[in-house]
Design a protein around this ligand. Structure first.
Ligand code: NAI
Ligand code: COI
Ligand code: MG
Length: 351
């Protein structure tokens, strides 16, 4: 079993370090190799996703990813920006299904941005499409006839892209409460109309799952009003990106939400995937020891479960994180004072 570790930029290396300490403590015999990615890779090699990094990821059983993003790179041509590394990995590795669970941990109800009785009901899974949509369409700048600058980005989905993520959504729903909410903007966008049509076609293969459709603006409102109504949500790349950050504050902090990005490839141990917190490189707190590493630690648990066939070890990590939070070890993001290493220590002590 071998994993690739790509810490990246900003708080990426800080939170990845804590997740690796947790994996080490479990002594699971996992070989690992680290590589540069994002701004760190650009500064060292001139490219945010060097061929050696991609090759390492491809040759591994799973990838643990920190975060990419560096304000010093914001003026670079787009293909050289750090964010292109994570987009490139998702695309090159055909990781089209991004699972983003959001559940309120016991004891954290009052740390949600919502009222505790509303927050307490949250236990949902966002299944976000990750290989298509406006993130991967043609884009550019042009000058209009009247001489104005104009930026444009092409949004599209084809039916096979929608079909495979719809299947992922329905299968996830079958494993949970058999309810699936498909989120789109079919009242305005043709991309979304196609999305809705295909989801309805795929639904015929899952008669045991109750399908509902919701427009994304309403979904954002409903997630704040009564998040407990949602179980599995399947949606496109852009909407899923936005709704999952929103869901993180319903749970309490973006520093708590983990993710698994999966495709179809099977290894000897499980489904190949990339695992990362849903947050970014947080330049505002990078290097200060303030980042909450729990999202990355929980991502490592998802790696063990989905890619390495080590569900018991994943359960242990998740239980240790839950106990740490229940014991009131909270970072600044949750109104506490524990730093990154202190939170890692607390999880280690509860493994
Ligand atoms: N998958 C990735 O690598 C992602 C990269 N990014 C990149 O990250 C950079 C910063 O983006 P932002 O929009 O600021 O989003 P962000 O998620 O990095 O930060 C948003 C806010 O949440 C806080 N935060 C994030 N993670 C935290 C943690 N673990 N503990 C405590 N507080 C945390 C930050 O301090 C900041 O105030 C940009 O370059 C962006 O493109 C953004 C999202 C995902
Ligand atoms: C950095 C972006 C490419 C993606 C993002 O915000 C995310 O995947 O959550
Ligand atoms: Mg995001």
């Amino acid at each position: 079993m071998k994993i690739a570790v790509l810490p990246g930029d900003g708080i990426g290396p800080e939170v990845t370090r804590e997740a690796l300490r947790v994996l080490d403590a479990l002594d699971l015999g996992i070989e690992r190799e680290e590589a540069l990615v994002g701004g760190a890779a650009y500064h060292a090699t001139g490219h945010p996703l060097p061929p050696a990094t991609l090759a390492l990821a491809e040759a591994s059983d799973g990838v643990l990813f920190g975060a990419v993003g560096d304000p010093a790179c914001d003026a670079l041509e787009r293909h050289l920006r750090p964010e292109q590394a994570i987009l490139g990995l998702r695309k090159a590795l055909t990781l089209f299904a991004n699972l983003r669970p959001a559940k309120v941990f016991a004891g954290l109800e009052s740390h949600s941005a919502l009222r505790p009785e509303v927050a307490g009901a949250i236990d949902l899974l966002i299944v976000r499409e990750l290989n298509g949509d406006v993130y991967f369409g043609e884009k550019g700048f042009r000058t209009t006839a009247s001489g104005e600058r104009e930026g444009w980005d092409m949004m599209s989905y084809n039916e096979s892209e929608v079909r495979r993520i719809a299947h992922a959504g329905f299968r996830a729903a079958q494993g949970r409460s058999k309810r699936l909410c498909s989120v789109d903007k079919a009242n305005v966008l043709e991309t979304s109309q196609l999305w809705r049509d295909v989801v309805i076609e795929v639904a015929r293969e899952y008669p045991d799952v109750a399908l509902e459709h919701m427009y994304v603006d309403n979904a954002a409102m409903q997630l704040v009003k009564s998040p407990g109504q949602f179980d599995v949500v399947v949606t496109g790349n852009l909407f899923g990106d936005i709704l999952s950050d929103l869901a993180s504050m319903c749970v309490g902090s973006i520093g708590l939400l983990a993710s698994a990005s999966l495709g179809a490839r099977q290894t000897a141990h499980g489904t190949f995937g990339l695992y990362e917190p849903i947050h970014g490189s947080a330049p505002d707190i990078a290097g200060k020891g303030l980042a909450n590493p729990m999202a990355t630690i929980l991502s490592a648990a998802m790696l063990l479960r989905h890619s390495l066939g080590l569900a018991d070890a994943a359960d242990r990590i998740e239980a240790a994180v839950a106990r740490t939070l229940a014991d009131g070890v909270l970072g600044r993001d949750l109104g506490g004072s524990a730093g990154t290493t202190e939170i890692g220590d607390a999880v280690l002590a509860r493994l």
